[in-house]
Design a protein around this ligand. Structure first.
Ligand SMILES: [Zn+2]
Length: 171
């Protein structure tokens, strides 16, 4: 799902239509529409813009910091050294940023799943997700910390558990 305002597109891959029955395709459409209804695309877009600006700001700070250059033994401030210093000061922060972005993106996936479920497609969403996972052959049950750091999408087992969890609350 991508696009803004009147130019939104949802792309369904042909493999999806081949593997899933009609209800499952509709359930996955419901998930994608959830991203739209809950403004996820907007938030992600805004976050990327802000991060880009912060990066430029961070570079300017490093570039103009006489102290930083001096503490690495440079009396002048060569551009190349500025890039290297920037790399070394910002890269560690970027790990936290990408971890944070993954957390948000995963929360969005759970919300979109819950949205499809609220539309009454909990069961076909489950079976659709399982079928897609089989086709992609991605790991079914990864370590939650590993996945929290590396994946923007939560692993299948966690998503199915969340869909079931809201079942229990509803009862
Ligand atoms: Zn999604």
């Amino acid at each position: 799902m991508y696009g803004f305002f009147k130019n939104k597109r949802i792309v369904l891959y042909d493999t999806l239509i081949q593997q899933c029955n009609e209800e499952e395709v509709v359930a996955i459409l419901g998930h994608e529409l959830g991203h739209w209804k809950l403004n996820h695309t907007m938030y992600t877009f805004a976050a990327v813009q802000i991060l880009t600006i912060l990066q430029f700001g961070g570079y300017t700070l490093v570039r103009n910091s006489k102290d930083l250059f001096q503490s690495f033994g440079f009396d002048s401030q060569p551009v190349l050294i500025g890039f290297i210093l920037f790399q070394h000061t910002v890269t560690p922060i970027q790990h936290f940023v990408s971890f944070g972005l993954n957390l948000v993106s995963r929360a969005f996936e759970f919300q979109a799943d819950a949205f499809a479920k609220k539309l009454g497609y909990g069961t076909p969403l489950r079976s659709g997700l399982v079928k897609l996972q089989e086709e992609n052959l991605s790991a079914m049950n990864t370590d939650p910390w590993y996945s929290a750091y590396h994946y923007s999408h939560p692993p299948l087992v966690e998503r199915l558990a969340a869909i079931d969890e809201s079942d229990k609350k509803a009862d």
